[in-house]
Design a binder for this molecule. Sequence first.
Ligand SMILES: [Zn+2]
Length: 611
Amino acid sequence: MTQSRRSFLKTAAAVAAASLADRRSAFAATNAANPGILNQFDYRDVELLEGPLRQQFDTKHASYLGLDEDSLLKPFRQRAGLTAPGDEMGGWYSWAPLGDLDKPGDNGFAPGHSFGQYLSGLARDYATTGDKATQEKVQRLVANLAPAVSAKFWEGNRFPAYTYDKLSIGLLDAHQFAGDPQALKVLDAVLDSVLPHLPPRGISRAEQYARPHSDDSFCWDEPYTLPENFLIAFERGAGSRYRDLAKRFLADDWYFDPLAAGQNVLPGKHAYSHVNAMSSAMKAYLMLGSEKHLRAAQNGFEYVRAQSFATGGWGPDEQFREPGSGEMGESLSKTHSSFETPCGSYAHFKLTRYLTRATRDSRYGDSMERVLYNCILGVKPIQHDGHGFYYSDYNRVGSKVYHPYKWHCCTGTFAQVTADYGISSYFHDDRGIYINLYVPSRVKWKHGAERISLTQQTNYPHHPTTQITVSTDRPSAFPVSLRIPAWAGAKTTVAVNGKQVLNGPEPGKFARLDRTWKNGDRIEVEFEMATTLEAVDAQHPTLMAPVHGPLALFSVGAIPEKIGRRELLAASQIAAGSTDWQASTGAGNLTLRPFTAIQDEHYRLYLDVNG
Ligand SMILES: [Zn+2]
């Protein structure tokens, strides 16, 4: 654990208390229910411009737009006794006898589980792009799902809570973002059908094991993640029974109460779903005003951060570990399943968005950008037959691979997390704008009568700079707050129209530029990015990963058994803006590159460092 992580942990509670008190007095209410909470932009307000995020978004959008609708609907139609044309999708997605689980491909593991996530991703893609064909596909899927909703779908289903949770966000997004007229009615029908199959409250996996079950896989459902989407349903007008269910499923007794009290109950728990559950705590804070749940999410996030890899990823073999056990370091030789990347990134992005909005603490954005550049942006695109990227591999001999199982969980969250890049990049309050991610993009909004947009052009983090151009009908006064990462050095500068306005802004805070902006004004930020070494855990202090700014550097090619600390710290880009780095070692030159630049070559994240 590095010094910065440790000090972050220590100050978290104080920060939480202070920021809550501060913002109540310092900021005018942005909405009646949540004074001081930063707002998200609408999907259509943020456009990704040419660059790696836009490329991944477009490729993903085209893939999911091409999904066969009859195949998607098949598991639902089959159980409803309807004609079910189209090919089986296979893998996790189709019904198969339970015994088939032993066959390669994990056939029939979770029928129809990701339908809602594909629907949600497409609805958000429509909201972002305005592409009519995408909206029509969403509406056709909802219209054809309606007659296929049946109680039989849940019989013998391992994951009623998980599958319902995903279906619900799909239908809610179809309603909200794709203007679907009947999605909320279909949601009601789905809820009616699943309720008899849900546990009475958000029980833990241990409690699931204590109940009668046909095999272990029936104990892995995730009812403790339900409240977030129940609350979103209530918020979007689905009715008060959703709010009541949310309260009932909040896992206070075994999860949120101990987390809020500062007790780390994560070790041994399934990683992704318990981070995802923290978003339920945040939604409970935002909608029900429960400060306890804010504390639970903040503390929980710190426990996750304290056992994260240098990439920002967490949970080797999908499990949280006992602090001080050395298991993070041991995982580097024991497993290739180091971080469940699309699911984990989706949960991480969602949670850090909530936390940034609630606390205005920019360090949640620092954490989000680590996961962006070192994890999700580097995954392989989904293949037509349903093979997708699942685990990042931080083993000593690591590589990027497609998972052998088709249509697994990560094919669902991949559709969603990539759809959310735009809304993760900027936030606003009723006065001004917060720039959270330095990505090529344009954000637009109305400030009083003025139409304003900011256009960001950057090759960050490969170049340590970004340029933001203001467009406005007439001069307009509002603050622009820039996230200054906690790693930023003292030589970081902010200039407006070529004139330096901030010299060495405080790292780990938003830097605020409050002025009257004219059309064509240009903000230029140059970050001082240093290279540091991060040990995998305290029990393996010499196993270290080089990190430059937000970027973890992976070694490729011939890797020496040992490398000197000074040699590694002196690694530099082979040319300005390049994705290839070089360190000279006693054994010759070592090449390093970020996760996004790695293709099929073997790599190693943690090196044995001496000196
Ligand atoms: Zn997954």
